[in-house]
Design a protein. Structure first.
Lengths: 321, 277
């Protein structure tokens, strides 16, 4: 403790230095603080309501927990169970079937709609408004409207079929009818939206390209496939990716159409043929309260989603060559 | 395209477009037909195809089944609060990202864009448990707080701010001794009005139409939003279609009216949004 003064000296020196620095820092601090505060809310919200749940969800996926009692670590049991549960298998299969049945016709029809509308000389506005109307209507409302169309005895569709002397369709019990029903609801709500997106893409293509092609003697068919489609590729990619994410997380439509018919304990209508992955996850998490298992299922769904999105991305990109 | 084809081609184009138009509109018409006739009229063979005068009778049946006015009020309240908060927080952050230099700005913006691809649906259970720990279940907070500022909104406003707000005005304001909030309020907000209109509309519509998350976190019929309440109308047996459609019509009408008011701008922005991607 004899060397007090040699230590004090540099200390006081640093003190003045740090004081000057902190003064500078203070003005910088004062300058930047409002800026950081302006962007802070998003990052706080993201941290608390997105990142923390994701990490917690990963933890939960390895536990057995009913939400009230004690958690038990069960290793990969939840995942093994998910991947071997035939009901989840049915849900995955149904989801993909409905996704293909809805997305493929939907995007083709939307493209045709945009191509034709773009050829129209006069105002397109009224068409655009009407085409977009289904999309601002809630999925619940759209599904309820279609639910009445599908009524087996008194629904509009079967009334039309009967009038045409065709057999009525058992919409709520036939294997494929149940899927077409879901596909139709999805298509009706999204054709117009995708059509408008394609149309924006079409309008961004310079008319010179078309004129040059016409001069070279190309017909409409050639122009569509050789010029329009390739130049539209980024927009097509956008619609394919959003349809993949939307289609593979289909929930509201089957939840309402097959709303626990006849007090059954398994959701998704007769034979669970209308059960989707998201509905299965919801059922396992919030009806039977298998929280750990529900979390594991959501991770499986997430991986399926990521893989398929990437696959679609590659597919659309590869078409470029 | 400058070449609009022959006359027959034009007519065929027109017919197909009209067909698309009919497919888009007929379900709405049918909803109105059902909502304004009795269920017996609908069950009639052949069914009635015109608008009737039973709307009030059907709607009063809705009122017997669900507390429609309360659900409507809940939805209006929640959607309005979310929209106001989103507009404020997103425009403040978007403006700041677009017009100011500060250490870490670019990396923070890239992180923000990165967070957009993380799906919230994959942590539904965990989010619910966290809300339960906060004692927020059964209140509107789980609907409002996580949705009060969005990455898309910030991105949207930032892109718009870059060209819409003149840096000269900001510099002039600063020389006059304006603080950040003052600059935001007097310089940024007036210039951002068109972008805010679209962001507000899309936020309101999404909040109004949300179903899955409210279904999970609202456990009392008193707090139900319209979509959750509407889903309850759809009984298992003997569904009274006219009653369900009357409720659906009343729940959908406000959005359709809002949409018609801003349709031109709305459609232009939807298209622009997809192209920016």
């Amino acid at each position: 403790m004899g060397s007090v003064s040699p230590i004090t000296l540099p200390q006081s020196e640093t003190k003045t230095k740090s004081h000057a620095a902190s003064g500078q820092q203070k003005s910088k601090f004062r300058k930047y603080l409002p800026l950081y505060l302006s962007i802070l809310p998003y990052f706080v919200i993201f941290l608390v309501f997105s990142l923390v749940p994701i990490i917690f969800s990963l933890y939960l996926a390895f536990q057995r927990w009913d939400g009230i009692g004690k958690m038990t670590f069960v290793g990969f049991n939840n995942f093994t169970y998910a991947l071997t549960d035939p009901l989840f298998g049915t849900a995955i299969l149904n989801t993909f079937e409905v996704w293909i049945m809805s997305t493929v016709p939907m995007l083709f029809l939307a493209l045709a709609m945009a191509f034709l509308l773009n050829q129209r000389k006069r105002s397109k506005f009224l068409y655009q408004v009407c085409f977009f109307l289904p999309n601002i209507t809630s999925i619940v409302a759209v599904t309820l409207i279609f639910n009445s169309f599908f009524g087996v005895q008194y629904g509009l569709f079967n009334a039309v079929l009967t009038a045409l002397h065709l057999p009525a369709v058992q919409w709520f019990s036939d294997f494929w009818a149940m899927k077409w029903m879901l596909a139709m609801v999805v298509m009706w709500r999204w054709i117009g939206y995708n059509g408008l997106v394609y149309m924006a893409g079409l309008q961004s293509i310079p008319t010179d390209f078309y004129e040059a092609a016409r001069l070279d003697g190309a017909n409409t068919f050639n122009i569509f496939f050789r010029i329009t489609i390739p130049l539209l590729r980024p927009v097509i990619l956008f619609t394919v990716i959003s349809s993949t994410i939307g289609g593979l997380t289909l929930f509201t439509e089957p939840k309402i159409l097959f709303n626990g018919a006849a007090g059954q304990s398994i959701p998704g209508g007769i034979g669970s043929q209308g059960l989707t992955m998201s509905l299965y996850q919801y059922y396992e998490s919030f009806t039977t309260f298998h929280f750990g298992y529900g979390a594991a299922v959501s991770w499986v769904i997430f991986f399926i989603l990521v893989i398929f999105t990437l696959l679609n991305w590659k597919l659309v990109q590869r078409g470029e060559n | 395209m400058t070449d609009y084809g022959t006359r027959t081609q034009r007519i065929i184009t027109h017919i197909i477009l009209l067909l698309f138009l009919l497919i888009s509109v007929i379900p709405f018409y049918w909803m109105i037909v059902m909502a304004t006739n009795t269920t017996n009229d609908i069950y009639h063979v052949p069914p009635i195809l015109f608008i009737g005068n039973q709307l009030w009778a059907n709607f009063s049946k809705v009122l017997q089944n669900i507390d429609f006015l309360r659900n409507f009020g809940n939805t209006l309240l929640v959607s309005t609060i979310i929209t106001v908060l989103v507009l404020f927080f997103c425009s403040l952050a978007g403006f700041t990202f677009a017009k100011f230099e500060f250490p870490g700005r670019n990396i923070l913006f890239v992180i923000l864009l990165g967070t957009m691809i993380i799906p919230t649906a994959s942590s539904l259970v965990a989010s619910f448990v966290i809300m339960a720990d906060f004692h927020w279940i059964g209140t509107f907070l789980p609907l409002i707080v996580p949705g009060m500022v969005t990455a898309f909104g910030i991105f949207w406003i930032r892109q718009y701010s870059i060209s819409a707000i003149h840096s000269d005005l900001i510099d002039a304001g600063r020389l006059d001794g304006c603080g950040h909030l003052r600059l935001y309020w007097s310089v940024a907000l007036p210039a951002l009005r068109p972008a805010l209109g679209f962001l507000g509309a899309i936020t309101f519509i999404n909040a109004w139409n949300d179903f899955l998350w409210p279904l999970i976190v609202l456990n009392d019929a008193k707090t139900y939003t319209l979509q959750v309440a509407l889903a309850q109308l759809n009984g298992v047996y003997n569904t009274d279609y006219s009653m369900v459609m009357a409720g659906t019509l009343m729940a959908t009408l406000p959005l359709i009216i809002i949409f018609f008011f801003g349709a031109r701008q709305f459609i232009a922005n939807i298209s622009a949004g997809a192209l920016k991607f």
